[in-house]
Design a protein around this ligand. Structure first.
Ligand SMILES: Cc1cc2nc3c(=O)[nH]c(=O)nc-3n(C[C@H](O)[C@H](O)[C@H](O)COP(=O)(O)OP(=O)(O)OC[C@H]3O[C@@H](n4cnc5c(N)ncnc54)[C@H](O)[C@@H]3O)c2cc1C
Length: 396
């Protein structure tokens, strides 16, 4: 067993580290202050710099202009990019586009790939994924109300969605809608590509998250689909296969998120260590001499290192043995790493005192915008229940 990153990928990881430190982090303050729409020019510069450095699309296959990295390698890259809230965006592997590219690549028709995947993979357009509904529990997505009814060669879609991340400014949505209401629960829904310019697509608002509505890529929208008519040729994959395709999207997606969260942990850990070794709490001693701070630092180091090993092992299992062999591992990392990250951010804020809740450090941004980590892609409680049931079944 070799715990070093593969030799071939080490120089690449160093290049990503330098790119994030030298190019992406210096742009953060401006973009986070003014928002994504107002910073379009600055964000385009970041992406151009990333392409020029040969770092664009780490997860994309070479035929789409990417580096074609495997899941473990991309996980390692994702940690480096995760050190900035703009890292994944700059490299063209941000959620939800990365997941949409993956399913378009795997399940899209040549026409769908030419129309949507090609410009998406170049970063010319953005997309969103529209499944969750305010009236139904997102943690049990078989209970969808949104319907797509056949009419001639078209589908007519009616439904109410929310938390559609990055819908503001997206060129198209992949909508999860019931096409086969009489089928068993997991075979009722299909994924359908809906251009956001289609009549009846009504983006109601960007939902405020702890007081911030955000904009562009950094937002979550409420949307009504009212009699939205699209050709049946816009269905992605077979009829009733929406949940199967969603699973394809979520497995690698959870690895990407968890490794991004580890990047956040490392940034927060460094920010905290730097602060407490400088902040005097009396004439001579710094905060780092206090046992509570030392204890939190030691615990954080153990938890971050444990998280990384768990996530890379899960990624390795998916690569070598397929997703179903890694189901428990993926559930374990989803709630464990989210918890490690959020506890670390909270403790870092505490150790920074009032400074911690200002926007003068990155901590408050993470506190607001990463709290959702314990909710999206399956709430903690659902992952714990699923794993516990399987573990306990062995003893019954
Ligand atoms: C930041 C963010 C981004 C998102 N982006 C998208 C997106 O792009 N597209 C999209 O379609 N959706 C998106 N979502 C929605 C997300 O998928 C749902 O919020 C999630 O599935 C949970 O559904 P819900 O909010 O309806 O909570 P509910 O299903 O109502 O659950 C509420 C709570 O009940 C508890 N609970 C639920 N089920 C169980 C159970 N079986 N046992 C014990 N406890 C349980 C959990 O604590 C859970 O948090 C996003 C959410 C967030 C926070």
């Amino acid at each position: 067993m070799d715990f070093d990153p593969p030799a071939a990928v080490r120089p690449l990881l160093e290049r990503y580290e330098r790119f994030v430190a030298d190019v992406v982090i210096p742009a953060e303050a401006e973009v986070l202050e003014h928002g994504f729409a107002a910073s379009a020019g600055r964000l385009a510069e970041l992406r151009a710099a990333c392409k020029a450095a040969g770092l664009w699309g780490p997860q994309l296959p070479p035929e789409l202009g990417g580096l074609g990295l495997g899941l473990v390698e991309h996980g390692l890259v994702s940690e480096r990019l995760g050190r900035s809230p703009l890292g994944h965006y700059a490299a063209g592997c941000q959620a939800p586009d990365a997941g949409n590219m993956e399913i378009l690549h795997k399940f899209g028709t040549p026409a769908q790939q030419a129309q949507w995947l090609a410009p998406l993979s170049k970063g010319e357009i953005r997309s969103c994924f529209s499944m969750t509904e305010p009236e139904n529990p997102g943690s049990n997505p078989t209970l969808l109300s949104c319907q797509a009814v056949k009419d001639g060669d078209d589908y007519v879609i009616d439904g109410h969605k929310w938390f559609t991340t990055a819908a503001d400014g997206a060129a198209f949505a992949i909508v999860m809608a019931v096409t086969n209401p009489e089928a068993p629960p997991h075979a009722r829904a299909s994924m359908i590509i809906v251009p956001t310019s289609t009549p009846g697509f009504e983006r109601v608002r960007n939902i405020k998250i702890m007081g911030e509505a955000g904009d562009g890529w950094g937002s979550h929208s409420e949307i009504w689909y009212r009699g939205v008519r699209v050709p049946q040729a816009n269905r992605l994959g077979g009829e009733g296969l929406g949940f199967m395709i969603a699973q394809e999207r979520l497995g690698p997606g959870r690895i990407h998120h968890c490794m991004r969260w580890i990047g956040i942990c490392e940034r927060v850990f460094e920010t905290t260590c730097r602060h407490i070794t400088r902040r005097k709490i009396d004439d001579e001693k710094t905060l780092s001499t206090r046992q509570i701070a030392q204890s939190w630092i030691a615990e954080a180091r153990a938890e971050i290192d444990a998280s990384r090993l768990m996530v890379l092992h899960a990624a390795w299992t998916i690569e070598k043995k397929g997703f179903s062999a890694a189901r428990d591992q993926v559930s374990l990392i989803k709630f464990y790493v989210a918890d490690v990250m959020l506890r670390l951010v909270d403790r870092a804020i505490q150790l920074h005192g009032a400074l911690g809740i200002t926007s003068d450090t990155i901590l408050a941004h993470y506190y607001v915008h990463e709290r959702g980590a314990r909710i999206y892609d399956g709430p903690d409680e659902v992952h714990k229940m699923v794993v516990a049931k399987r573990l306990l079944a062995r003893y019954q």
